[in-house]
Design a protein around this ligand. Sequence first.
Ligand SMILES: Cc1ncc(COP(=O)(O)O)c(C=O)c1O
Length: 387
Amino acid sequence: MVDLDGKGFGTRAVHGAGAPDPQTGAVVPAISVASTFAQEAVGKPLAFEYSRSGNPTRAALESHLAVLEAASHGFAFASGLAAEDALLRLLGPGDHALLPTDAYGGTIRLARRVHEPAGLLVDTVDLTDLDALRAALRPETRLVWVETPSNPWLRIVHIEAISAVAHDHGALVVVDNTFATPALQQPLALGADVVVHSTTKYLGGHSDVVGGFAATNDDELAERIGFLQNAAGAVPGPLDCYLVHRGAKTLQLRMARHAASAMAVAQMLSDHPAVSAVHYPGLATHPGHAVATRQMSAFGGMVSFQVEGGEGAALEVCRSTEVFTLAESLGAVESLIEHPARMTHASVAGSSNEVPGDLVRLSVGIEDVEDLLGDLRQALDALERPR
Ligand SMILES: Cc1ncc(COP(=O)(O)O)c(C=O)c1O
């Protein structure tokens, strides 16, 4: 294996994927479909014994993604929410968890509707406000959950500052790094204890797999996460592991293109009369721009915006793009458009985390940027024409 010490992210993304197979010379790991592995003697397995506990293709993915997050331990899960569920299971009844007000709707649903009934105490707080965080901490607070940039508002949370406050209080910090990816942001180096991903998104990168991942440098936490991975069993199959492993090798290239095009899209939207607000941390006017500039190497591929005509106009925009496909999810090569209030964030309707109907979210893909700008422009220009 190439010595990765001091190597750049692009080199680690390619060569951190593993060394050629010593027996065959294959430069990619085999998709190892065995569910069980022969043992030398009773209680003497070779490297693996049973594929829920460990599988060669999954192990290749776990060590690859751990390299990208500069973590000593990595764990792959069947989905992003399965990884999040394992992390919330680190807490017990009576423990208190603080989540951001605008976390992914499924994260809030998991905490509120699965873990709260089992005794976890859950509150949401605006993590862009350190005083609000301090006020929300309780003696029993064990976890502060960060998502930055956030979904769907693209708010920026200062990972280092939040980690300092949470650690002073004895609470763990988990960062959902799905939107930024390790190519643009390294939460463990900024003080977080655990980083979590929906690998369904940028790490996989091609809309063809659902998966999750968690990584840490803390040996004790790693042991507990590894136990939960095996004991609860929400593990990905080998083909899914292979797809994420393959996708992650091109992460740096894709993120550079996503970010450059998203910036062009955000600038075009800012100048369009049918748009009332644009949320993209790369814009100097974004309230989190200064922090994003410090903790991210580029601002990512997600943009959200609000339209002048309210919900009807937002739905019309979602209906009338062509290059941007109307679909949930994000982070893949193709551009997607969606209406958070009725789609990804419908599960938080009626709560304090509800999102307004005039909001549209874009996942900016890697198509030619002129085609993306033209597609959005025609959809927005149509709103301006008298009907
Ligand atoms: C930021 C974020 N975290 C976690 C998840 C959940 O991941 P999955 O759908 O792979 O379970 C999502 C899904 O959209 C997400 O956007």
